[in-house]
Design a binder for this molecule. Sequence first.
Ligand code: F6P
Length: 305
Amino acid sequence: MPKLAILTSGGDAPGMNMAVWAACNALEPRGWSCVGVREGFAGLLVGNFVGLNAASILPYTRLGGTFLGTSRDPGFRAKLPEALRALQAADINHLMVLGGNGSLQGARILAQAGLCVVGLPATIDNDVAASEESIGFDTALNLGLLLLDQFRDTAESLPRLCALETLGGSTGFLARAVGQAGGADALLLPEEPLPLERLLEITQTAVARHRFALIVASEGYPGLEATLEALSERVGLRLRFARPSHTLRGGRPSARDRLLARVLAEAGVEHLANHRSGALLIQQGQPVLVPFEQLEPYKTPFGQV
Ligand code: F6P
């Protein structure tokens, strides 16, 4: 009986659980068995597998995070022989890997070693190279937008220089989407640093218009805190800096993320059943299997594939 191992890796993302369920749900009628890998690539190295069946994991689909657990292991390439031994011992030669750019590189290493592997983009950062969307982004975007809306309520009442920081690593895809959806006055994105004088101009215009200024910044913006403090002093408004940090990564997956997870996982199953490996990316709204060798390490700012 063919056997698939499913692994979630790197930063967890809402919708990962849905993808795991959707893969099992699609494979069971085909007579495949599914196992989950606990704690990502670290668990793979030690053969930390758990049997899965669709019915018992369905309740996790409405939860954020990943019930399988995850890990960050940048040195996976050097440990490949251990992973191959563990997979062979468990008679597994098909794998589905969910995660961001680093995790897809791990998937690539396994595919190059002869396994049949599909990688699915799953990260709230939405920075997977050449993919318009990734699982988890929409949920984080909605949560960030809720926080920005709430920040605006208080800013409108008691004018301040209000800055909301999002996660996003060294990229600004999440911050940009939150800010654009919520009508922020300024965006501070690592890809497009603004000279202080330009930021001051934008902020003064906003303050002249509505007495406060609302800024969305990505955590990777160079010198973020110092920039905001200098701005607050120059513009003459007290700074209120909201840093939701990892709380932005959790929560009930949105409908869009669940649907995306399902579409990707079902397409992934189809490719695995046909012995095809690669990264399954969203291009022009559709899942497209891209050979791992063609995968760029980073996404082009801002999101053009
Ligand atoms: O998974 C991506 C991400 O959430 C980034 O947005 C963030 O910078 C990073 O992970 C945080 O990593 P960690 O959970 O290891 O602190």
